[in-house]
Design a protein around this ligand. Structure first.
Ligand code: NAG
Ligand code: NAG
Ligand code: NAG
Length: 593
């Protein structure tokens, strides 16, 4: 089978090689950029393995970034981060609906005048978008104002965004059109091919995003009758619906049973610690839900091939970067959780990023990248002058040399943050260990840090309830064993030969910087704590000579209370302590960020 596929690839390459040569690139020679952005696609439940055309057309020709992360594991905040290059704490779009999020909040924050498509247009690109943009971008508010910066666009609109069989699309300045009865991803594919053709004809390099809502749950419009709590009772998120032609696929496939699948002991913190074990009935329902997601992704898989073959036919495949990614990850039955996202667990934050394009080598990369890095990456490809101010990321290394250098030089941390509640998807609500059933998980506000170095692999979080988590993913990839010391902890655990008690103040001080970092300090947070520039990694900060400094730091990340949004007064101390060289024991001082 493998041999046969190999042969097909060789033949395809031979044909396409011949076809590509004589045709000049469109535009001025700068590369085109195509982004395929799915919704809620997991990396940790193997969804990508069920996409053979994605493998054939993108993965087998490019780099799979295995340590790619979103910083806020929910659709709208993550998408705003993606298209503005800023962390949610700098956009203050922290939710899917107003007052803390959604399209109206994006507009109110001024980003419709200052975001990626405008910067790319200023750089001379034609820009195109089809599919889901943001939540609360609706058939009512689509033109007040219209999203700025797109040469041509065709947006999926609420409240029909998540209806697989009743999409509403809104093209350029025309009013929304309902596609009742048609399959959303297939309608989207037609629109994507049309926009691609416009890009080819535009005579400029182009940027095109294709954003299907698969494999997100299906959500029918629901009556919004008052408070957000009431809406959470009304909303029904059910298994995604696949195209008719894919309904028979993967009949026996189930959620992979890994260490954290419905575990014996409760884990996590805050409300997660109170979840009851899932019953067999729920597990079976969740497995069906999982299978529906894989089936739903098949139409996306076809769309990927459709895009790549059209680029090839236009003779521009060799001069086009294709980015395949998603807004956030997903969990099903891990940590006793019903289907959903919004957690800081690896299932929710570590997401697919696959890039194919000029100079991108074939293989996997372990360098750390995040959604904040994509806007800088696109600007760099475009050679853009505008847009760089205040970006919280740095370009993703795309060629062999950059990837090699990144192993030594690139940052090793990811900022992770969340505000609000967590909603279970599917027909079951959350069952707690005291027998109660709740519509949502409250107190799901936290600040966290993921650190992936050559010899360590850590997740550290502080919750709004002031609970803490620390996981050593080298020994505990399922994040089941919280090694944050408690009064009953017996012997002290060591990491890199260093006791956790010495590691924690380093992590906490780093989190103090990243939780409210801006621009450069998000990429180089250690430079805030160690302005001399000699500490660039956790490993560097673990040097014995800093032991007494870190032991003396008293300000730690904490919350006054749990809020549903970014309320600064409730988020405790904001300023990191700065290490000053050569001041004897007096080097302690408060630093300004
Ligand atoms: C489909 O969407 C249209 C609005 O675009 C709406 O009028 C219609 O009731 C919807 N149909 C279903 C079955 O939800
Ligand atoms: C949420 O956290 C607050 C502390 O901010 C606590 O008082 C409250 O009991 C928690 N609520 C639930 C439902 O756990
Ligand atoms: C974020 O937005 C909310 C809602 O508008 C507002 O109450 C809050 O003060 C803002 N936070 C910051 C840090 O600006």
């Amino acid at each position: 089978m493998k041999l046969f596929l190999g042969l097909v690839t060789v033949l395809v390459t031979a044909i396409s090689g011949r076809r590509q040569q004589p045709i000049a690139p469109n535009g001025d020679g700068r590369a085109n950029i195509v982004v395929i952005l799915t919704d809620d696609q997991d990396l940790h439940m193997d969804s990508v393995d069920y996409m053979p055309l994605l493998k054939k057309q993108v993965i087998d020709h490019g780099t799979f970034y295995k340590h790619h992360y979103c910083s806020t594991a929910i659709c709208c905040p993550s998408r705003v981060t993606l298209w503005t290059g800023r962390n949610a704490h700098n956009t203050n779009v922290t939710d899917v609906f107003p007052p803390y999020g959604g399209y109206p909040k994006f507009v109110a924050q001024g980003f419709n005048r200052n975001w990626l498509p405008l910067w790319l247009q200023a750089a001379g690109y034609s820009t195109y978008y089809t599919g889901k943009l943001f939540n609360a971008h609706t058939i009512e508010n689509w033109n007040s104002p219209h999203p700025a910066g797109w040469t041509s666009s065709d947006f999926l609109l609420d409240p029909h965004t998540y209806q697989y069989l009743n999409a509403s699309f809104q093209r350029n300045q025309y009013p929304p059109v309902s596609h009742e009865g048609q399959y959303s991803t297939d309608v989207l594919a037609g629109k994507a091919y049309g926009l691609l053709e416009e890009g080819v004809q535009s005579g400029k390099p182009f940027f095109l995003t294709v954003a299907p809502m698969a494999p997100h749950s299906n959500v029918d419009p629901f009556p919004v009758t008052g408070t957000p709590e009431a809406a959470l009772k009304e909303i029904r998120m059910t298994a995604p619906i696949s195209a008719e032609r894919h309904k028979h696929l993967f009949p026996d496939v189930k959620v992979p049973r890994r260490s954290n699948f419905n575990p014996e002991k409760p884990g996590g913190a805050s409300w997660i610690k109170r979840l009851a074990k899932l019953t067999d009935e729920v597990i079976e329902y969740n497995d069906d839900f999982y299978r529906a997601r894989l089936q739903t992704l098949q139409a996306v898989d076809e769309l990927v091939e459709g895009v790549v073959t059209r680029l090839e036919d236009a003779g521009i495949l060799h001069n086009t970067y294709i980015f395949y990614t998603t807004d956030n990850g997903y969990h099903i039955s891990q940590h006793r959780l019903n289907p959903g996202k919004e957690c800081g667990f690896e299932e929710d934050i570590n997401i697919p990023l696959i890039v194919r394009g000029p100079g991108v080598p074939v293989g996997e990369s372990q360098v750390v990248t995040a959604q904040t890095d994509l806007a800088p990456t696109f600007l760099k490809i475009a050679g853009a002058k505008w847009g760089w101010d205040g970006l919280d990321g740095s370009p993703v290394p795309l060629n062999k040399k950059q990837l090699e250098n990144a192993k030594k030089e690139r940052q090793e941390h990811v900022n992770v943050e969340f505000w609000g509640r967590i909603i279970p998807e599917g027909k079951h609500r959350f069952s707690l260990d005291d027998g109660k059933i709740v519509d949502y998980g409250p107190n799901n506000t936290y600040k966290a840090l993921r650190v992936v170095g050559p010899k360590y692999n850590l997740y550290y979080s502080v919750w709004c309830t002031n609970e803490h988590e620390l996981y050593d993913l080298t020994t505990d990839p399922g994040q089941l064993n919280n090694i944050y010391p408690t009064s009953s902890s017996e012997s002290e655990i060591t990491i890199l030969g260093v006791p956790v008690s010495k590691l924690l103040p380093r992590l906490d001080t780093l989190l103090m910087v990243t939780k409210s970092c801006k621009g450069r300090t998000c990429v180089q947070p250690w430079s805030v704590i160690h302005p001399a520039g000699n500490v660039k990694t956790l490993h560097g900060a673990l040097n014995k000579r800093y032991d007494s400094f870190y032991a003396s730091v008293s300000a730690s990340v904490s919350f006054e209370k749990c809020e549903l949004g970014y309320i600064l007064e409730s988020e405790g101390p904001q300023e990191a302590v700065v290490f000053h060289e050569g001041l004897g024991n007096d080097w302690l001082a408060n630093g300004e960020l």
